[in-house]
Write a protein that binds this ligand. Structure first.
Ligand SMILES: *[C@@H]1O[C@H](CO)[C@@H](O)[C@H](O)[C@H]1NC(C)=O
Ligand SMILES: *[C@@H]1O[C@H](CO)[C@@H](O)[C@H](O)[C@H]1NC(C)=O
Ligand SMILES: *[C@@H]1O[C@H](CO)[C@@H](O)[C@H](O)[C@H]1NC(C)=O
Ligand SMILES: *[C@@H]1O[C@H](CO)[C@@H](O)[C@H](O)[C@H]1NC(C)=O
Ligand SMILES: *[C@@H]1O[C@H](CO)[C@@H](O)[C@H](O)[C@H]1NC(C)=O
Length: 411
């Protein structure tokens, strides 16, 4: 009995500290839900998937508008993509609470917005001009707009210096943000990647037939996980060691042949085929939630989605913090279970003498079948075409094990 009680108490303490921990992160949906005046704005932050991006960021200001102002915006019948751009213009990448707004140096300041950060804002259209006006008012307008478009109404919530949520009187007009986002099938994939922190990946892709695989899948839906520049740069030596087929498979491994929104990924965890899949259980990875994050787990690495470059059916591109290394290409890199760091010997050991040196617990490690498949060769020795010669847009063929459920709320 007493033991049980102690265990229960411990569980409660654990739960409490867990909830305290998670309480430090802000949740824009929860903040806005306290006031029904902002229910429409709140709803569309979720529909456009800006909410998770807002929650992820620190030092930001969300300029919310009430339901009446939102209905003006909705009467324009913008596409979801355009709506997302408009709302992202209302998220300033700096912290402005009521006090700071009224104490702007020289009475005027320019704030970059999340629209700016998407890279799809032409010129200076992603900046908002904040101006202290006569009589204690504060005006907001897109830069280059001569007239004040909206004024500060009140503070909704502020958590210095993480997030300030304020109400402004109207939606900031922006022809650039409202412009229909280009049809994703017309978009140049590599230029989107380059413009948003995945330039090294884009350049690598451009020099490889994998680019065609990605392009040809856009129409029917594709989701791309691009490693950020730092991750890709440090991976390049390993990449250069791959055979040309290995390179193509590595790149195609970073795409899945369906469109998946972030919330779609979040709600359909599990094993997924990729564009490199060319047979059962080949080149797949596991999508798995980790708290609020979504991770991509290969048998070698676990990468986390850190940014959304574009999310507009049929194309979604997410930045991941690591290069996704498929077991098919990097068997030698499997972290040895008991031993500490991979010994140079384990890395360089030729595959032929399968003397089993007590290393990788690879699921299919055929330690006594003498290297029947060239895929057993470590990366360094890789010369054979280990990916199979047949390459017919493998991803399209691979039905994904996830179930896809696109809930698209009608505008
Ligand atoms: C602000 O964010 C940081 C990092 O997420 C967190 O550690 C801190 O507790 C937050 N501050 C408040 C007041 O919530
Ligand atoms: C934020 O709050 C909403 C409403 O309370 C909840 O449904 C959602 O799961 C929360 N999001 C996170 C990331 O905690
Ligand atoms: C903001 O707009 C006001 C009024 O149009 C202008 O006087 C001011 O110079 C602008 N501020 C910046 C930083 O561009
Ligand atoms: C995309 O742009 C790059 C250069 O910016 C070009 O090399 C490539 O061919 C373009 N791709 C398509 C599909 O137009
Ligand atoms: C590339 O291969 C060479 C030998 O083939 C090897 O010495 C080197 O460690 C490999 N580099 C990486 C980064 O895997």
């Amino acid at each position: 009995m007493q033991l049980h009680r102690a265990a229960a108490a411990a569980a409660v303490v654990a739960l409490l500290s867990l909830s305290l921990l998670t309480a430090t992160a802000h949740n824009i949906t929860r903040i806005l839900a306290k006031n029904p005046d902002f229910s429409t704005f709140n709803h569309y932050l979720t529909v456009t998937q800006l909410a998770p991006e807002i929650n992820r960021r620190e030092t930001i200001t969300v300029c919310a508008v009430d339901n009446a102002a939102m209905s003006d915006l909705l009467s324009k019948h913008l596409t979801i993509g355009a709506l997302r751009n408009v709302l992202s213009l209302h998220v300033l990448l700096d912290y402005f609470d009521a006090k700071k707004l009224h104490q702007i140096t020289d009475g005027t300041a320019l704030a970059a917005t999340m629209f700016q950060a998407t890279g799809s804002a032409p010129g200076s259209s992603g900046f908002v001009n904040i101006t202290d006006l006569k009589g204690g008012k504060v005006g907001f307008s897109p830069q280059d707009n001569d007239v004040i478009s909206a004024t500060f109404v009140k503070s909704i919530e502020s958590i210095p210096y993480n997030i300030s949520v304020i109400q402004i009187s109207a939606i900031l007009p922006s022809p650039e943000a409202e412009a229909p986002a280009p049809d994703p099938s017309q978009m140049n994939l590599t230029s989107i990647l380059s413009a948003h922190g995945c330039k090294v990946f884009a350049d690598t892709l451009l020099a490889n037939p994998a680019e065609q695989t990605f392009e040809s899948n856009i129409k029917s839906g594709v989701t791309i996980f691009c490693p950020g520049d730092d991750a890709m740069k440090s991976f390049l030596p390993k990449y250069k060691n791959l055979t040309s087929d290995g390179k193509q498979s590595l790149l195609e491994y970073h795409g899945i042949p369906v469109y998946q929104s972030l919330s779609g990924l979040r709600s359909s965890n599990g094993l997924t085929n990729t564009l490199a899949t060319d047979g059962a259980k080949k080149y797949d990875f596991t999508v798995q939630n980790d708290g609020t994050d979504v991770t991509i787990k290969t048998k070698i690495v676990t990468a986390t989605i850190v940014n959304t470059l574009i999310d507009e059916q049929p194309l979604a591109i997410y930045e991941v913090d690591k290069v996704l290394m498929p077991i098919e290409l990097f068997k030698g890199a499997l972290p040895p279970a008991p031993a500490p760091a991979p010994t140079p010997e384990a890395d360089a050991a030729p595959p032929k003498k399968s003397k089993k040196h007590g290393s990788p617990p690879a699921p299919a490690a055929p330690s006594d079948s003498p290297a029947e498949s060239p895929a057993d060769a470590p990366v360094a020795d890789q010369t054979a075409d280990e990916n199979g010669a047949v390459r017919f847009d493998g991803g399209r063929f691979g039905a994904v094990i996830l179930s896809f459920c696109f809930v698209f709320l009608q505008l």
